[in-house]
Design a protein around this ligand. Structure first.
Ligand code: AHR
Length: 315
């Protein structure tokens, strides 16, 4: 199995024969259930393919990711997977990888570097995810006045930027809906709860809030706790729409405490390894963006069943 990715590296990343047995993975950290599942699945996918995966947890720090990539280059890995915590500041280290003829594949988040500096990016259409959430809310409130609070993801990350933009596009033209407060919760449950507490306090104890839009489910789950502690019913007094489709949000949906989520698959590594294999075997250049699906789930989509189907998948 060790020879799974054996063969030639081509084109932009060099033409000398290499044996791609070792792949470095610079992961952001473990801020959310979704992130934990992505880590688990990447390790599983590597094992199934006989790839020696060198895993590095950056603990949410870009400098740790840059150091990890430099270390992977020094160790002479055959390819690098990078889930970039923020969108900017990658040019130099990506140029170093390119000079070393090591292909880099981006996972789940985007960078603002020139596309020639990485082989491909596997991820969802993050703007579309936000738009789906926004359109769901427009239909749900059906013309009723609705003051929305927004929990943003990590500042400077592509999902925080794009999911915000997408949601605004989704509600554009619905004059009855307005975002009254928007703040980062850094994609974590703890900060989602903390920021929601401050939103509730500032908005009449929650009486002036019609809906919460959270850039991920973990922040929504934290916010649900805050809403309950404020004596309100999440999912009824305050509608809740978020992104990821992790088991815990389905549990909340089954209990009537959350209303909708947009799925982000945690299996980014499968398509990434497939693209690397084809590229290294015969020089097949992958598309610059390999898009994964984004599906909307509501309380009508068997949330209890979805919880059962996902609960042992590494979230
Ligand atoms: O980049 C994907 C996002 O990062 C997920 O939606 C969120 O949960 C995560 O931590």
């Amino acid at each position: 199995m060790k020879k799974l990715l054996t063969c030639m590296a081509f084109a932009a990343f060099g033409a000398s024969p290499v044996v791609a047995q070792t792949v470095g993975f610079s992961q952001i950290g473990s801020e959310s259930g979704w992130r934990a599942a992505e880590t688990t699945l990447t390790k599983q996918q590597a094992e199934e393919r006989g790839i020696n995966l060198k895993f590095s947890d950056a603990q949410q720090k870009q400098e740790n990711q840059i150091a990890a990539i430099r270390s992977f280059i020094a160790q002479g890995v055959d390819a690098i997977l990078l889930a970039p915590v923020v969108a900017t500041g990658w040019d130099s280290v990506l140029e170093e990888a390119k000079e070393a003829e090591i292909p880099v594949v981006l996972l789940d988040r985007q960078v603002d570097s020139d596309k020639s500096l990485y082989l491909t990016a596997v991820g969802s259409d993050l703007v579309h995810e936000g738009e789906v959430a926004g359109k769901w809310l427009v239909e749900e409130v059906a013309g009723k006045e609705c003051r929305v609070v927004e929990l943003q993801g990590t500042t400077g990350s592509s999902p925080a930027i794009d999911r915000k933009k997408g949601f605004e596009q989704g509600i554009a033209g619905a004059d009855n809906i307005q975002i009254v407060r928007s703040q980062t919760g850094d994609f974590t449950r703890a900060q989602g709860k903390e920021v929601m507490e401050s939103f509730l306090q500032a908005e009449g104890g929650g009486a002036d809030i019609c809906a919460l839009y959270a850039h991920n489910d973990d922040m929504a789950v934290g916010a649900i706790q805050a809403i309950k502690e404020a004596g309100l019913k999440p999912g009824e007094d305050i509608l809740i729409v978020s992104i990821d489709a992790v088991p815990d949000i389905f549990q909340a949906m089954a209990a009537g405490e959350a209303n909708a989520t947009v799925e982000l698959t945690p299996n980014m590594a499968g398509p990434a390894f497939d693209a690397l294999k084809a590229y290294m075997e015969n020089g097949t250049e992958p598309a610059k963006f390999i898009q994964t699906e984004s599906k909307l789930y509501t309380q009508a989509d068997d949330p209890a069943g979805e919880y059962e189907r996902r609960k042992d998948l590494g979230y």
